[in-house]
Design a protein around this ligand. Sequence first.
Ligand code: 5AD
Ligand code: SF4
Length: 466
Amino acid sequence: MNLPNINEAKIRTNNKVEYLEAKNIKSTKFINKYYYIRTYGCQMNVHDSEEIKGILENLGFRETNDLEQAHIVVLNTCAIRENAHDKVFGFLGRLKHLKREKPDLMICIGGCMPQEESVANTLKEKYPFVNIVFGTHNINDLGEMILDERAQQQIDVYSIEGNVYEHMDYVRDSKITAWVNIMYGCDKFCTYCIVPFTRGKQRSRKKEDILREILDLKEQGYLEVTLLGQNVNAYGKDLDCNYDFASLLEDVAKTGIPRVRFVTSHPWDFTNDMIEVIAKYENVMPYIHLPLQSGSTKILKLMGRRYTKEEYIDLYTKIKNKVPNVSITTDIIVGFPNETNEDFLETIDVVNKCKFDGAYTFIYSKREGTPAAKIQDTISLEEKEQRLYKLNELINAYSLEHNKEYIGKIEEVLVLGVSEKDNNKVYGYTKTMKLVNILGSKSDIGKIISVKITDAKSFSLDGEKQ
Ligand code: 5AD
Ligand code: SF4
């Protein structure tokens, strides 16, 4: 491959389109220099960081986990709840001190937070030591921004909003499992959620590009792909063709990659065709993350979720009946404005009926600019915390109950690494995404092995190799 040298690369930066076409800018300018990256938030951000690492390594940087060693620090941020902001601003305080000792340290902030106008303004006014502020739409421009030495503080969060990029040079965290974006953004506009504002409108990737990427991963020896999107079930709705998520999932299954899963599903778009494909193909993992958010139809309506309590339970039951041994997890928010104790008890009722395998639970966090932020929040923090506590107790009890059902069974486990707590153990996941700790060694990593489950806890299983 003919790669532009540093001067050519700079010239290219004057022409954005040309620069974007020349994705693979490589230079030796930053050779022997190190980058430190910190990722906050969801899998989408984790995968975006793999793209950022690709850009940095093409510029010559190498990764370090030691902040003191870094020449450039990148924070890939999350905006979903207020506490995500607090963590980033806290860390920025530390970086400010570090920059006093090392004035050449380059500090970059990207991801969802700077997409909020108020955050971009705060960074500009109160954090002048931050060199580069980029967003979710222009990760591709990061290389260009770093190469532009003249800039004191560059803030660009909107360039070429809504694009879908292809042929990225990812530096993937794993050689065994890989994230594959199938779409970007979200059109659902749940009233509490900042994502449609920070990540923009839904844009699906073309099926040819997705399948090419997956076949390539398979050839490289990857054993699992996770199809990523804020709302994967709505895949294709923005493309002018008759090709939906069920068709895509079927085509991905047919590539023969050993394991396929997908996150996240919105109950509204979950079709019968999808359920059939999940049930039909051995390599589609019987694991579904199906956010409930609330069990109260009144609150669901205020949240703009487009389904009732009963419709959710019906869908859940249908999936359980059609997909053998499926494991279903969920997301639940407590303390949404106007949630009464009766509403909360409706949520508890759904949990008792569905008996989820697991759940991520959150206290509602007001996000400025979202429709829900206008509804007055009357519930005390103490009340919200009590609801969260009760909910978690119940969720954990059902997780344990499900996990106990595995004792004595033989499960296929994809081994991902050596356990951090015990060097004699490795860990991996069942097809239903249950974490299993197994006596084993490094040589098991990257293999799918048969394991007899011997013990169960709320969040993991123990097993022995067969
Ligand atoms: N407050 C609390 N939780 C939220 N989530 C999204 N927005 C908010 C908010 N404003 C939760 C939802 C979603 C998960 C990724 O984060 O449960 O499914
Ligand atoms: Fe947010 Fe709703 Fe879109 Fe999920 S589906 S990203 S909760 S707006």
